[in-house]
Structures are given as structure tokens and as C-alpha cells.
Write a protein that binds this ligand. Structure first.
Ligand code: BTN
Length: 318
């Protein structure tokens, strides 16, 4: 109902009479008043003038589920949203929901995380109201061996959404980091629950530095606000990410891995570079020549031999 009331009042419009809204939405004046109070409590600035009605002055910068679903025309991504002021990690809850048969497209969102996690046992700094921290449940009908393509799909989708929504170009540092002007602004973490030959579900997690100020960021990282020179509307960026993720998911289903890999090749900052890749206790050095159909990186070593790497910590040497 809050979603509908906000649609009706939408920012910038003039006063709307309470009578008109309650008739339009089929609720009583008391019920409307109660919803308006709740919206005010959430930080919406709504003016109420006798005989004139209500007017929406401003909206708080929050990723409320009803804001994210408002005008989100996706078929499945974000159809169910679990929103929290804080969580230990959106991954933990999404993994639990996945095990409890939550539908594909279910989104877990938090305004901050106390134990946000990154790849390779690292943490993910998740300050409140600054970033976008989400986990999306997917139930792809692909083999577990093909699951890295979903990390690629997430990287491509976020890069495309950032371009579409903010006009900013960014690059994918294989396999899961998003960079702008040589600094990292987002990372992806994909976890799955699978049997030998069947994926039960995948949780696609992403952390994006959106409105962080420069001084709060560690060296080599940046935020979209820093890059754009102004604050970013997190709701509309997240909606665009959900749309692009869904589009690319359907593309993957209809055209296969190559369609996603092709996009990734053209957005990659790793291809063509000399790289050092650390995987567990060894490292591989060579030129990054291609991304394979399942998302693996093909590295040509000094010997001329091509080695495929499925994961690791990559350093671009030049
Ligand atoms: C990385 O760069 O290593 C990946 C970072 C992924 C962070 C996101 S934030 C939302 C989701 N919840 C987590 O705990 N981690 C991912």
C-alpha cells in the first residue's frame, strides 16, 4: 500500500486531497492517515494541510523494499525482497532462504553488514546507507561446473547498469572485481548449494561502493559518488542492476555462455595484460589471452603453454 500511496503523491506534484487518495486506493481515510504516519516515521517528509490534502516533499535515502519494487518491471528478479537495516551478511540469510525453497529472484538487501564477506576469506566494508549490499537467489538449470558463468553474468550486469544509469564506463577485472579509473568500486561473491551434478541454488552477492566519501575509502578503492562528482540515487541504480541481471540471465538461457562471455571480453581490463595469479599456495604468471566459455581465464605462460585458471587473486603487472 505504501508503494501505491507514494506513486499517487509522487514527488513534485501538488497537494492531493486525502479523499481522492483513499477513494482511488479503496481504503478509509483513517487507514490512509495511518499509512501516512508510518511513511513519516520512515523519514518521508509529507506535508498535510487541512482542505488541501497531502504533499510529498522529500524521500529518505533508503533501499526500502517497497521503494525498490516501485516501478520495477522485472519478471522475477526482486519480486520478493527482504530488507534490513543491518545484517551480519546478506549471503548468510540468502543461503538460509535458498535452503527453505525461496523462489528464484528473491533478493536480500541490507543497509549495512557487520560481517560482510568478500572472496578468499576477506571482509567487505559495509557502512550504513552508503553502499548497495545484496544477495540474489538464483536456481539455474546448469551444471555445477558451469557456475562461474554466474559471477561473470553479475559483473557484466552491474557494469552495464552503471553505464545505463549513470553514464559511467567501468571494467571487469577477472573474475569478480569492478574497476573505474584503476580503482575498485564493487565486488561479487557467488556461493552455491549443489549436488555432484545439479545446482540446488546459487546466491549471487554484490557489494557496491555508491555514496562513500573519498576519505572513508581505502587506497585503490573508489565509489560511484567520487567518480560521478555527485550523490547517486541507490534505488534507481539497484533497479537497473536487477533489470540487467534478469536480461542477461534470459540471454544466458537462450543463447548460452558465449553470449555472456562475449560481453565480458569487451568489458575486461584483464585481457591483454601480463598477470600474476595467486591460487592457494602457488602462482601462475603469463599473459591473459582469453576468457573461456565457462568463465575461466586462459593464461599463456613463458613456455607458450596455455593454462586455464578458474579462480584466484589476480595482479595486473602491466
Ligand atoms: C569481493 O570483492 O571479494 C566480493 C565482495 C562481495 C561483497 C558482497 S556485499 C553483499 C554480499 N554479502 C556479503 O557478505 N558479501 C557480499
Amino acid at each position: 500500500m505504501k508503494e501505491k500511496i507514494l506513486d499517487y503523491l509522487d514527488k513534485g506534484h501538488d497537494y492531493v486531497s486525502g479523499d481522492q487518495i483513499s477513494r482511488h486506493l479503496g481504503i478509509s481515510r483513517q487507514a490512509l492517515w495511518k499509512h501516512i504516519q508510518e511513511l513519516k516515521d520512515l523519514g518521508y517528509e509529507i506535508l498535510a494541510i487541512p482542505h488541501l490534502g497531502y504533499r510529498l516533499q522529500s524521500c529518505p535515502d533508503r533501499l526500502f523494499a517497497f521503494e525498490v519494487s516501485r516501478n520495477l518491471h522485472t519478471k522475477f528478479t526482486g519480486k520478493t525482497i527482504h530488507y534490513f537495516d543491518y545484517l551480519s551478511s546478506t549471503m548468510d540469510l540468502a543461503m538460509q532462504l535458498g535452503m527453505r525453497s525461496s523462489a528464484a529472484g528473491t533478493l536480500v538487501l541490507a543497509e549495512s553488514q557487520t560481517k560482510g564477506r568478500g572472496r578468499l576469506g576477506r571482509g567487505w566494508f559495509s557502512p550504513k546507507y552508503k553502499g548497495i549490499y545484496f544477495s540474489l537467489i538464483l536456481r539455474p538449470e546448469i551444471s555445477p561446473a558451469d557456475s562461474p558463468i554466474l559471477t561473470t553474468l553479475a559483473a557484466v550486469s552491474i557494469t552495464e547498469a552503471v553505464k545505463q544509469n549513470l553514464g559511467l564506463e567501468s571494467q571487469i577485472k577477472w573474475p569478480n572485481d569492478l574497476f573505474m579509473n584503476k580503482k575498485k568500486y564493487a565486488g561479487i561473491l557467488t556461493e552455491m548449494n549443489a549436488e555432484m551434478d545439479k545446482i540446488n541454488f546459487v546466491v549471487m552477492g554484490a557489494g557496491i561502493n555508491v555514496n562513500n566519501d573519498n576519505k572513508s575509502l581505502i587506497a585503490q578503492s573508489t565509489s560511484l559518488k567520487e567518480q560521478l562528482g555527485q550523490a547517486v540515487n541507490r534505488v534507481s541504480l539497484l533497479q537497473e542492476i536487477l533489470k540487467k541481471t534478469e536480461e542477461n540471465y534470459f540471454l544466458l538461457r537462450s543463447k548460452g555462455n558465449e553470449a555472456i562471455i562475449n560481453k565480458c571480453r569487451s568489458l575486461s581490463s584483464t585481457l591483454g595484460k601480463r598477470v600474476k595469479i595467486y591460487c592457494r599456495d602457488k602462482h601462475i604468471e603469463g599473459s591473459a589471452v582469453d576468457i573461456d566459455k565457462d568463465g575461466g581465464l586462459l593464461v599463456r605462460k613463458e613456455t607458450g603453454l596455455i593454462q586455464k585458471v578458474m579462480s584466484g587473486d589476480v595482479i595486473h603487472c602491466r
